[in-house]
Design a binder for this molecule. Sequence first.
Ligand SMILES: [Ca+2]
Length: 417
Amino acid sequence: MRTFPMIVVLAAFLSGCSSKPPDPEPPGGETPPPEEPLPSGPPVEQGPPNVPEFQPAFPGQTRAPAIQTKTALQVTEIASGFRNPWAIAFLPDSRMLVTEKLGSLYIVTPQGTKSPPVAGLPAVDARGQGGLLDVEIGPDYAQSQLIYWTYYEPREGGNGLAVARARLVDGEQPRVENVQVIFRMLPTLDSTLHAGGRLVFTPDGKLFVTLGERSILEGRVQAQDLKSHFGKVVRINPDGSVPQDNPFFNTAGARPEIWSLGHRNILSAALDSQNRLWTVEMGPRGGDELNRPEAGKDYGWPTIGYGEEYSGAPIHQSTQAPGMEQPVYYWDPVISPSGMTIYSGDLFPEWRNNVFIGGLSSQALVRLMVRNDRVVGEERLLTDRKARIREVVQGPDGALYLLTDATNGQLLKVTPR
Ligand SMILES: [Ca+2]
């Protein structure tokens, strides 16, 4: 309807015979393509905020309108009996690598048959939030059979997150050989908490590793300190060397692996359709955050944020500060995020480009609809199962695969019914 007057105005302008100024038009002068109307209405049912005195920096930064998936869902248990499973990675033949926090790695068929534990992995410090965490297939797996994983590495004086890679030797008794530690989070600290641990390969052959600030005060104060890996996203090459185009590669005294800073504890990370990194971090009470970490930027922790200590004590004087980035979205009360995928499959066309996040304390699979890098709708799926969801990945078949965090953890598959 708006194109007709625009054509008239444009024709009059081009002919040079109009003395009448054209009607005001939006900058750019083009009619945007038609889109579905944005969701509206009340947010997801979630209880009152813990920190009502903090207000969002822009509309829609929290409590986006509730949305509902139209497709009926089928949730199938593929396997169970995992002891606190943590991560899934698909092999090229559709079998899965599945980690357990206490240190075991399994190969699981699409039908749910588990291999014996893969032999040869190094020891882990599994206290607290530690253990064997994420696993990924190397980008050149077909040639190299290299797999990559994160774990809390026991060290003199404490521990730290480490990234290792090794060649997977498949068979009746699978094992890894030529184990190499390619990254060590420094400094070493005696903490059983907040070391992050997600791995994300990018199509240009780089590897993002998400880290945390160790929770205890001695670590927390290092989250914006470039001499420390705590509270950072780091970016490395698959052999552990440092890409020269990293933002602090030439900064004296900075750890060159750093990509972004000011994070609390990132347990969710994924690439979008433009191969941009998105993360969700465990916040304090009332302060879980969705961010899109960009090179060299400071995401504010512990200076700014929307939460408070679990004791109820304040942490932040303000939610905003110059030179510090706002989260794309935050949750108060928290969801306790772990695992993330941005949907690109064909099984659920209505989910394309939606963000899925596992929810631990929220016992939900959290779905976000995003437009122009803002969250415009939120849904909590699978809440009837009352399960802590540790991991969500998209399978090669376009289904979502989940792990529940329990001593009898399940591997679940979500498809249309
Ligand atoms: Ca932040």
